[in-house]
Write a protein that binds this ligand. Structure first.
Ligand SMILES: [Zn+2]
Length: 280
């Protein structure tokens, strides 16, 4: 995340097949090199190009969904987090299926695939911006604030699942590529046991099982955790993936309490506006 670095893309295409967490359907994805300033663009099976920016968010229920007209692609946040965390600026992502594959519920596999593909520097400077004022987003008891901080990008996240095994958890992390890969990317998707049947009856989590998610009961978890505080780490991963939609690299500190995809995307939208206003 250097200040004067060049923009990047993947050195070689990479692809992945799997089951979608919510649809339970088979999905396949190819991540292809793209030119400088192209940003991240999803392309659906029908050939519709959907830029990964807040204007194209069409859903935030249990995942972030991008759409344009009839075309849509769901569950983009873990790959978006991996692209930001690894430092990939420009890619074309071809998707066949309603959403991205769940993988193991985390971003670890995306990080490994991007690492194996390698990055190529492009002949254009990456413009890392500095936030000049606070940007606030509040939605009920979920809120997120971005504050100026010249030292890089850092996150402070708090979640409150009192009355369950997860309880209250907080996390503070100043991001580097290595810290992202080790401390956030492996944290998996979760759901509360008490909400699982309601989610399934709404057509969500159809592909969710022990291979791609864990469940939080009142006293225990559905299986062993990767981190004692895996819940808040996954929330930080989701936050980063949604913030990647702002489409600009920036230095700042993000505070998020009980973050949701809806709040995260609103922050990305507000940040995009704020940072665009500071250009030039
Ligand atoms: Zn997630």
């Amino acid at each position: 995340m250097g200040r004067q670095a060049e923009q990047t893309t993947v050195a070689r295409p990479l692809s992945k097949e799997g089951i979608g967490l919510h649809s339970g359907e088979k999905c396949s994805v190819s991540v292809l090199p793209a030119e400088a300033d192209a940003g991240v663009v999803f392309v659906t099976g029908d050939g519709v190009a959907i830029p990964a920016t807040p204007e194209f968010v069409v859903g935030t229920e249990r995942g972030t969904r991008l759409g344009r007209g009839e075309a849509a692609v769901g569950s983009v946040e873990h790959l978006m987090a991996a692209l930001l965390g690894v430092g990939v600026d420009n890619v074309r992502i071809e998707v066949d299926g309603p959403e991205l594959p769940a993988c193991d519920g985390s971003a670890a596999e995306w990080v490994a695939l991007l690492g194996a593909a390698g990055l190529t520097k492009l002949p254009a400077r990456r413009n890392v911006m500095r936030l000049r004022r606070d940007v606030w987003v509040v939605d009920g008891d979920s809120w997120a604030v971005a504050s100026p901080d010249g030292g890089g990008l850092s996150l402070a996240v708090g979640v409150d699942y009192e009355g369950t095994a997860a309880g209250r958890q907080t996390l503070w992390i100043r991001l580097t590529r290595r810290r992202f890969a080790r401390q956030l990317a492996p944290a998996r998707t979760f759901a509360l046991v008490r909400e699982l049947s309601a989610l399934r009856s709404r057509g969500l989590a159809q592909g969710g099982d022990n291979s791609n998610a864990f469940a939080i009961g009142e006293e225990t978890y559905s299986g062993p955790l990767r981190f004692e505080d895996e819940v808040v780490r996954h929330k930080a991963l989701d936050l980063l993936g949604d913030l990647a939609l702002c489409g600009r690299r920036f230095h700042g500190h993000i505070w998020a309490v009980k973050p949701s995809h809806a709040t995260n995307v609103r922050l990305a939208r507000a940040l995009r506006r704020a940072l665009n206003g500071e250009m030039g």
